[in-house]
Design a protein around this ligand. Structure first.
Ligand code: HEM
Length: 493
């Protein structure tokens, strides 16, 4: 039955393909004829027969063909994890190639993480984050339903340092507003858990994911749970009664925990977005599309070029720098350090504040002052803002330098066309992000600008991940499927 289904897809897809080619038993002869080697290593010479394949298969039909291949009813010899393939002898199973539905699930999950980062930023900016004083992962899904229930929640809030120090004149309506903001953030977090873990289980059970992918995605799933716990750990730091005892204290969460919460959100986003983009790219490649728009050269040649390799290394370093800049931004936000030095590029009329202000002994807690360095870096708002400026400008110049490199003739020759496009968009996004950051500072952190600046940091990270994806070698499964299909097409023509 499977063979009939597959053959009918094949007939509609590639008229040139015969039943013989698609039947689920690959003989060592057919493998050899397709040009595969027994090692299956990345040193495959990827054929230049890209365009004819791309034109032969309409995309939607290919999706069906892949899904047919991925049916559970298939001969299990067809499936294995990527890593296993490298050691398999000829005529052994084809690896699992993630389908567009897998890519869609990952990109949807990453979009939801993007949304929750922005909602989380607005929650903090509107000072709503401390309105729910408990962590109830299951029952907390429902907001208070009756006026009595609202009163109970409000009474709990009245015991918090935020109410006592800041919001003592808040009304029930005001309280409901900040409560719903935080509640929305938490509900979105739960939704992400469901949207991610449900399909992960489905795809894993239906054998649509390689073992490697299942391991990685399970890791991300566990991190989503950890993120919920970390979020509560962060909120708890803002509910601590000790805040009432320190003179001049502001009721807000620990900047360390805020940075950890934002950092983990970035890791989740990067993991989902990167895996989704890689899956789309691999799928297209397996189905005959060009690799990053490359024509007239093999992928091997591109990877052998030192200029390309150096550009790739720099792109990785720069992505790390974007991440670090974003983390430093979380410290600015956590300490309300955006409310100082509201000018740019100067700080108090000079490029940098005086060194005794940047490294103030007042922040050291040890009697020998040996913690002066790190305490100032993470706890002194002036130093924190200065560091964020320095990191941001370095990131900006880095993306500019990367873009300028793509204009050099030698680099133009070394890079596939899509890499240049991705580098320009990353630089464009860095421009926008710096503009948003400066405006946030000059206008004393208004909610819409600060939220846009937070969203901009995710957009910049996305642009960098996109750049890395254009520089990424196609996955092993994609290479094998492409070889198989192109060999099948050659054989039948
Ligand atoms: C590559 C460039 C930049 C990146 C990736 C970046 C990233 C971030 C991030 C992630 C936050 C934390 C937002 C939050 O948790 O709510 C932040 C906050 C902030 N950034 Fe940037 N930033 C960049 C450039 C700049 C520049 C050039 C300035 C201005 C000098 C700036 C000023 C600020 C301010 C004032 C805040 C605090 C806003 C708040 O309290 O919500 N940023 N930044």
């Amino acid at each position: 039955m499977f063979q009939r289904a597959l053959a009918s897809v094949a007939r509609r897809t590639v008229p040139l393909l015969t039943h013989n080619i698609l039947k689920p038993s690959i003989t060592s002869t057919s493998w050899r004829s397709s040009g595969l080697t027994a090692t299956g290593t990345r040193s495959f010479c990827l054929a230049r027969h890209t365009a004819p394949l791309a034109t032969m298969r309409p995309y939607s039909v290919l999706v069906k063909a892949q899904n047919a291949f991925s049916s559970r009813k298939l001969d299990s010899r067809f499936f294995s994890a990527n890593s296993a393939v490298a050691q398999q002898p000829l005529g052994t199973p084809m690896p699992i190639l993630a389908s567009p539905s897998v890519a869609g699930w990952l990109l949807l999950s990453s979009t939801l993480v993007f949304a929750v980062i922005v909602v989380g930023g607005v929650t903090r900016l509107t000072e709503s984050g401390l309105s729910i004083t408990e962590w109830r992962p299951i029952t907390g899904v429902l907001p208070p339903m009756s006026s009595e229930e609202w009163q109970v929640e409000f009474d709990k809030y009245k015991l918090t340092p935020e109410f006592k120090l800041l919001n003592h004149s808040i009304t029930m309506d005001d309280f409901k507003r900040i409560f719903y903001m935080e509640w929305g953030h938490r509900v979105l977090g739960r939704l992400i858990g469901l949207v991610f873990v449900g399909p992960l289980a489905y795809f894993a059970l239906r054998q649509r994911l390689s073992k490697q992918m299942i391991t990685k995605m399970t890791g991300l799933g566990l991190l989503i749970g950890a993120q919920g716990a970390l979020g509560w750990y962060m909120v708890k730091s803002g509910l601590d009664d000790a805040l009432l005892e320190s003179p001049g204290a502001v009721p807000r969460v620990s900047q360390y925990r805020l940075a950890a919460h934002l950092g983990l959100a970035f890791v989740l986003y990067a993991g989902m977005f990167g895996a989704g983009m890689a899956a789309i790219k691999d799928w297209k490649f397996a189905n005959g599309a060009l690799w990053s728009g490359l024509k007239g050269k093999s992928i091997q040649e591109v990877f052998a070029n030192p200029s390309f390799r150096s550009f790739r290394r720099q792109s990785w370093v720069l992505t790390g720098l974007v991440f670090l800049t974003a983390l430093s931004g979380a410290f600015v936000a956590g300490l309300d350090a955006g409310l100082l030095y509201n000018e740019f590029p100067l700080m108090g009329g000079r490029l940098a504040p005086p060194s005794d202000e940047l490294m103030s002994p007042a922040y050291a807690k040890r009697s020998d002052k040996s913690d002066i360095w790190w305490r100032n870096i993470f706890e002194n708002p002036t130093t924190v803002q200065f560091d964020h400026r320095v990191l941001a400008i370095t990131t900006y110049l880095g993306t500019g330098a990367l873009y300028l490199q793509t204009l050099k003739p030698a680099m133009r020759a070394a890079l596939p066309p899509m890499v240049r496009v991705a580098a320009i968009s990353a630089f464009g996004m860095a421009n926008l992000q710096v503009l948003l950051g400066i405006s946030t500072l000059l206008y004393l952190v208004p909610v819409p600008l600060a939220a846009a600046h937070q969203a901009g940091s995710v957009a910049l990270l996305s642009a960098m991940i996109h750049l890395l994806i254009t520089l990424r070698r196609p996955g092993m499964a994609a290479q094998l499927w492409r070889q198989k299909w192109s060999a099948a097409a050659r054989k039948s023509s």
